[in-house]
Design a protein around this ligand. Structure first.
Ligand code: BGC
Length: 514
């Protein structure tokens, strides 16, 4: 089966078909996203709310006995849940490890290719899963967690880049978002696994942690049949192989134009010896600043905080002991299904429309939730059922908006906007920023909630206004633009960013003259 890709958007694109082979490559690579999502869901960043392994008594008694002890005696209210920074740090060690690993992964990605980087990711995952699921002491557990973090660092570095490079320009957005789709599926599966293994004593937590081995094995063996991206092959002087790979994934004979464009990009890239130094040059500023800010914005939408808080809200509505399951199923399914909306729309309406629409959409949700909680929920009081129901509905509507915008686009835009010479390095900075801000929110959320109470929703609302305005003025449309043509077609014509491009051109002129 091969569907001809029609040229749409604001730029003529190269000839390509949507081939079955590309589809298979996309799905296999995106398993990296599934493992990331599973890791987010399984340990529960905010241990009290989500019932991940860190909320399981067997697990706490074995590895964190003093935490378990204390937890039995604390008095909680609606905003101040038991908060243990040490336990939180254990969960977050994955993000810290991933933060560091993404730089290493970037070097592997450039020197050896996207495919081996994914293979390394799956090996890190497998060892990490073995150590955490089989842990007999805390050292094993933490080393395992760090290795899982390395897996996330390598996977999140290689997979979005891989997807953006093998996708035909007109379908790049949708195919890249398959990564986020798998993240949401991973979170969803992990929440279900958490729920069911919580009642398995004493080793339910081992089953939960061990589950990640399945997608890791799929990624490892699957990565044997996928191809390397033509860009990465040509960048490493394997031009003939690159041409063959390009012909195979595009499903058409006439790939010369795209091939030339890649060769051109590789020539420019080969003159850059230090990509990190190049990142600091004016011409790199647009994708660099946008790539970093997108990560800050993605996390400061408050998504993880809200998703972790959701079970408490569901409980308040009156679902009792089923709250955790119901919340996992309802928010999980909404998260997954709404990501399909993103896949469908991103190459039709474009990236900007989704970012702007969802900023208004998510702002309204946050404000309504904040106002209801501020008005009706005292410090220890409970919400009335109707109010709680409205809150739950708006939590779901909010998750929907995130799932088709800031969630996937936080990964897509940085993976498609850097020129080849800084693509891997620039994306590594973006990945590590994502990990850093995820860490910050995970570490601070419970204390913030306790200190700010319903104000936390207004705090996130303020951020949503900032990011909406930023998107409006500074994030250009990249729909349909070939990945190696961003400079000419996106940055040079942009009302603000063009100044850095012109500065660079002037600089090069002066260099040539002297
Ligand atoms: C974010 C995660 C978040 C997930 C929710 C991802 O894009 O990076 O932090 O938990 O989306 O679906």
């Amino acid at each position: 089966m091969a569907v001809v890709v029609s040229s749409s958007g604001n730029a003529p694109a190269f000839k390509a078909k949507m081939t079955v082979y590309v589809f298979v490559c996309v799905v296999i690579a995106a398993f990296g996203g599934l493992i990331f999502g599973y890791d987010i869901g399984i340990s529960a960043n905010v241990n009290d709310f989500k019932g991940g392994v860190t909320a399981m008594d067997d697990f706490l008694k074995k590895f964190f006995p003093s935490v378990w002890e204390k937890k039995q005696h604390v008095h909680e209210n609606n905003y101040c849940k038991y908060d243990n920074q040490f336990l939180q740090l254990f969960t977050s060690s994955l993000y810290l490890a991933a933060l560091v690993a993404s730089f290493l992964a970037s070097a592997v990605c450039s020197k050896l290719g996207r495919k081996p980087t994914m293979q390394f990711a799956s090996i890190f995952f497998l060892i990490g899963v073995g150590l955490t699921a089989g842990a007999v002491n805390i050292v094993m557990l933490i080393i395992g967690r760090i290795l899982l973090g390395f897996g996330v660092g390598f996977g999140n570095q290689a997979v979005p880049l891989f997807l953006s490079e093998i996708a035909p320009a007109q379908l790049r957005g949708g195919l890249n978002i398959v990564f986020q789709l798998m993240v949401t599926i991973g979170i969803f599966i992990a929440n279900l696994v958490n729920y069911f293994t919580a009642t398995v004593h004493p080793n339910g937590w081992r089953i939960a942690l061990g589950g990640a081995a399945i997608p890791a094995v799929i990624l490892l063996f699957g990565s044997l049949i996928i191809c390397e991206t033509p860009t990465s092959l040509i960048e490493r002087n394997k031009n003939e192989e690159g041409k063959k790979a390009l012909r195979k994934i595009r499903g058409v004979d006439d790939i010369n134009e795209e091939y030339e464009s890649i060769v051109n990009a590789c020539e420019i890239a080969s003159q850059v010896k230090d990509p990190y130094r190049k990142l600091l040059k004016p011409a790199s500023r647009p994708p660099f600043i946008i790539g970093m800010l997108l990560q800050l914005f993605q996390q400061f939408t408050g998504i993880n905080a809200i998703m972790f808080y959701a079970p408490v809200l569901f409980q308040t509505v009156g679902f009792g002991s089923d709250a955790a399951l119901l919340s996992a199923v309802i928010t999980g399914v909404i998260n997954v299904l709404s990501t399909f909306v993103g896949i469908y729309l991103v190459d039709r309406t474009g990236r900007r429309f989704l970012l702007l629409q969802s900023s208004v959409h998510m702002l309204i949700c946050q404000l309504i939730i904040g106002i209801i909680l501020a008005k009706d929920l005292g410090t220890t009081g409970t919400l009335g059922k109707p109010q709680a129901l409205v809150v739950v509905i708006f939590v779901c509507v909010y998750v929907m908006g995130f799932a088709w915008s800031w969630g996937p686009l936080g990964w897509l835009i940085p993976s498609e906007t850097f020129p080849l010479e800084t693509r891997s390095a620039g994306f590594a900075v973006a990945v590590s920023c994502n990990m850093f801000f995820t860490f910050v929110i995970a570490q601070a959320f419970l204390s913030m909630l306790c200190g700010m109470r319903s104000g936390i929703f207004f705090f996130f609302s303020a951020w949503i206004i900032v990011m909406g305005l930023f998107a409006m003025f500074f994030i250009p449309e990249t729909k349909g633009v070939p990945i190696d043509e961003m400079r000419e077609r996106v940055w040079k014509p942009h009302w603000f960013w063009k100044r850095y491009m012109l500065a660079e051109d002037d600089h090069q002129d002066v260099e040539k003259r002297t």
